[in-house]
Design a binder for this molecule. Structure first.
Ligand code: IPM
Ligand code: MG
Length: 369
């Protein structure tokens, strides 16, 4: 079959290359077994790109990313890069991709797997059946606001970052949240600090306006971000979709992730606007990061990366059935107590990264038989 979908794989640093390798196994399986095939290009990003080109994101890489159907991103960063200049640090490569591709909507699901209930630090009854979607604004706010940096102010050194949101930046991410809630449980909680920040007041007013403009079928609640953090560990099942800004989303999504027991299980999707042809730029990455302490040891859990690929199938390629298969395969393996070390418990078979990828493929074979 002719290749029909273009993927750009950016493994990056740390455990990124190991977990991306497992995606290749699933891509190969799909090429053979499903009604779709992929043309996969691979390139460098982050510290790996800096080592090769002196920049964490080469222009050619960005160009390929802008023109492919989906970017599959591993992770960036590592202690060997900690002393690099600001523009050269590996994270700058990821932030530039988000900004240049205008990937404003970051979807971070936090779903608990029954087989992993004991891995959560919270009581099973608090997290069983949990299914939250955090929608984090990803291209504005304090991550990108100007001015920023060192200044002299009243004779003193000071440093500033700027929290800034235009109305349309809030509107478009709120629309994504309402659309998602409509396909889920019909509830959006918007989190900000309207009690302290002017941008918080503006965020709250704007989300309320978007709600009135055609989204009143969805239940909307507002919460201060600090309260939201507290509610996430107190009673997380009150949430369906949470929409929030870039910085609060960074923090709240880590908090929500840990409810499920392991960062090694959580995927994410970063989406741009839909163009006239119905296409949207997209990048899929696991939430876990580069984990330099275990890089190269075959210990990394590839499931977050594989579940991110499943999100690519669902959101970029409208292949929900294929995404379901991968999610089901992951669940079956957890139930069979086949686990990587990060989520193992008594009586588990401990699998290496590669063995887990192979096991997913074997499970896919069974499911699709
Ligand atoms: C994330 C990460 C990034 C962020 C870092 C690596 C720049 O923490 O994706 O949540 O802060 O956005
Ligand atoms: Mg983060």
């Amino acid at each position: 079959m002719a290749a029909n979908k273009n993927l750009l794989m950016l493994p990056g640093d740390g455990i990124g290359p190991e977990v991306c390798n497992e995606v290749r196994k699933v891509v190969d399986w799909m090429d053979k077994r499903r009604a779709v095939s992929f043309d996969v290009k691979e390139d460098l990003v982050g510290g790996a790109a800096f080592d090769a080109h002196g920049t964490p994101l080469h222009d050619n890489t960005l160009d390929t990313a802008m023109n492919c159907d989906a970017v599959i991103f591993g992770a960036v960063g590592g202690p060997q890069y900690d002393k690099l200049g600001w523009e050269a640090r590996p994270e700058a490569g990821l932030l530039a991709l988000r900004k240049e591709m205008d990937l404003f909507a970051n979807l971070r699901p936090a779903v608990t797997f029954d087989a992993l209930l004991d891995a959560s630090t919270l009581k099973p009854e608090i997290v069983q059946g949990l299914d939250i979607m955090i929608v984090r604004e990803l291209t504005a706010g304090v991550y990108f606001g100007e001015p920023r940096g060192m200044q002299t102010w009243e004779g003193k050194e000071r440093c500033i970052d700027t929290q800034s949101y235009t109305k349309d930046e809030i509107v478009r991410v709120a629309e994504v949240a309402f659309d998602l809630a409509r396909k889920r449980n019909g509830k959006v909680t918007s989190a900000e600090k309207a009690n302290v920040m002017k941008t918080g007041v503006f965020w709250r007013e704007t989300v309320t306006e978007v709600h009135k403009n055609g989204n009143e079928d969805i239940e909307l609640g507002h919460m201060y971000a600090d309260n939201c953090a507290m509610q996430l560990v107190r009673w997380p099942k009150q949430f369906d979709v949470i929409v929030t800004d870039n910085l609060f989303g960074d923090i709240l999504s880590d908090c929500a992730a840990m409810l499920t027991g392991s960062l090694g299980m959580l995927p994410s999707a970063s989406l741009g606007a839909t163009d006239v042809t119905g296409r949207r730029k997209a990048l899929y990455e696991p939430v876990h990061g580069s984990a330099p302490d275990i890089a190269g040891e075959g210990k990394a859990n590839p499931l977050a990366m594989l579940l991110s690929f499943a999100m690519a199938l669902r959101y970029s390629f409208d292949l929900g059935d294929d995404a379901d298969l991968i999610e089901q395969a992951a669940q079956n393996l957890l139930s069979q107590k086949k686990r990587t070390a990060d989520i193992s418990s008594d009586g588990c078979d401990i699998l290496s990264t590669g063995q887990m990828g192979d096991a997913v493929v074997a499970e896919l074979d069974k499911l699709a038989a």
